[in-house]
Write a protein that binds this ligand. Structure first.
Ligand code: COA
Length: 374
């Protein structure tokens, strides 16, 4: 079988970021206005007053300190409370394609490859701004790549499931090289007026170039093994979501048309599934956890990652063994573990083993075991 490898990665980070302090100030101003506008109904017990959000709660409950977004002006305007994402004409590159181009070019550059070396593009993300034509085909066109492209969605596990799909294609010989990109515009499907979740997400795009290991031009990571798991749950759900709020129609006010979750239940139910999944994957590959030099975990919640790190390693991992990026990026859905991988893997040396693992809606869990090759 042909050995697949990750030969390049890239991260597009939006230029605008929102601190917890800015976010909470905007939310509280919105809540005060809402309560004033509905004072009579609140007094009559017909409408529930909106409680204030708090910086201390956000940091303690999640570990998030700030998040990058494509537009902060709308999110921080108490009269708007969603990003202003301009409706683009069909002749312009879509916003997801634009983010993807930046990340993809960085991944190609790192690998020392050009569009002519790539056979396919996959856009794997939690939300796609249209059903068709696929964003991947647009990215393929904009980069000048021959071959094919398709979109896929497994929510927070889109990237790891994408890696498995590509690794299998490379192993079978149907492609030599694939760009897998994860443009996540989470701000477009987050309900910024709900204090239980308004702090959770940020925007970003990651890209991974995967090739035959033998075609790598520089240091790379061989993909030794991949493992995917799904188990149905309604505890993280979005009945429509993407960019809907920027449109002036009645649907925009239905709460189920944005991201919703039962955060506590997710916490309780997902942790054992993920720990068991990783333990099973390592055991099947004949690996012990102390052989892993690094864990690049999904970035949703610091306590969750600390728990999984402890479970997998059987001890508290050193910070460099389990790097977190969620303090700066917040939860960026499928891109989170890929940002951690891209930004915290250069120091590993030949032969070092590591594990990428994502988890989230579906439920879904995806794990990838990699080995550094210098
Ligand atoms: N500011 C202040 N207080 C807040 C608040 C905010 N922004 N948001 C919620 N609270 C309150 C709640 O109303 C609740 O009050 P109560 O005890 O009076 O009912 C209290 O704080 C605790 O809320 P809870 O939701 O139980 O907090 P938590 O410790 O579970 O943390 C999450 C919330 C969402 C950070 C956490 O559950 C989580 O990260 N879960 C996993 C989510 C996940 O991985 N999702 C995947 C998404 S892709």
């Amino acid at each position: 079988m042909i050995a697949p490898a990750i030969t390049g990665t890239g991260v597009f980070t939006p230029s605008q970021s929102i601190s917890n302090a800015e976010l909470v100030e905007a939310f509280n101003a919105y809540a005060d206005r809402f309560n004033a506008e509905h004072a009579d109904a609140i007094a009559a017990g017909e409408v529930e007053a909106k409680a204030h959000s708090s910086e201390a709660f956000i940091l303690k409950a999640s570990g998030i300190e700030r998040r990058y977004v494509m537009d902060k002006s709308g999110v921080l305007d108490p009269d708007v409370m969603h990003p202003h994402l301009r409706q683009r004409s069909d002749d312009e590159p879509s916003i997801m394609a634009e983010m993807a181009l930046d990340a993809a070019r960085k991944a190609l550059k790192q690998a020392g490859k050009g569009p002519e070396d790539v056979d396919a593009v996959i856009v794997a993300a939690s939300n796609h701004e249209r059903p068709y034509p696929a964003i991947a085909v647009e990215v393929q066109d904009l980069l000048g790549i021959r071959g094919f492209g398709f979109d896929m969605n497994v929510a927070c596990s889109s990237a790891t499931f994408g890696i498995q799909a590509v690794a299998d294609m490379i192993r079978s010989g149907s492609v030599r090289s694939v760009l897998m990109v994860n443009p996540e515009i989470c701000s477009g499907h987050l309900e910024w007026r709900d204090r239980d979740c308004h702090f959770i997400f940020g925007d970003v795009c990651t890209a991974v170039l995967m090739e035959r290991s033998a075609d790598a031009k520089g240091p790379h990571f061989d993909i030794l093994s991949t493992r995917c798991l799904t188990q149905f749950s309604n505890n993280i759900r979005n009945n429509n979501g993407f960019l809907r709020r920027s449109r002036p129609d009645g649907v925009a006010d239905r709460r189920d048309m944005q991201f919703m979750q039962e955060g506590r239940k997710v916490f309780k139910e997902v942790l054992p599934v993920v720990s068991e999944h990783i333990a099973g994957h390592l055991a099947d590959e004949g690996l012990a956890s102390d052989q892993l030099k690094r864990l690049w975990l999904h970035q949703a919640n610091k306590s969750m990652n600390d728990f999984i790190g402890r479970k997998v390693m059987g001890r508290v991992p050193e910070p460099h063994e389990q790097p977190n990026i969620l303090q700066d990026y917040a939860n960026t859905s499928s891109a989170g573990s890929m940002i951690a991988f891209s930004q915290h893997s250069d120091d590993l040396v030949d032969g070092d083993l590591g594990l990428i693992c994502s988890f989230g809606a579906g439920y879904s869990v995806g794990s990838v075991i990699v080995r550094k090759v210098m």
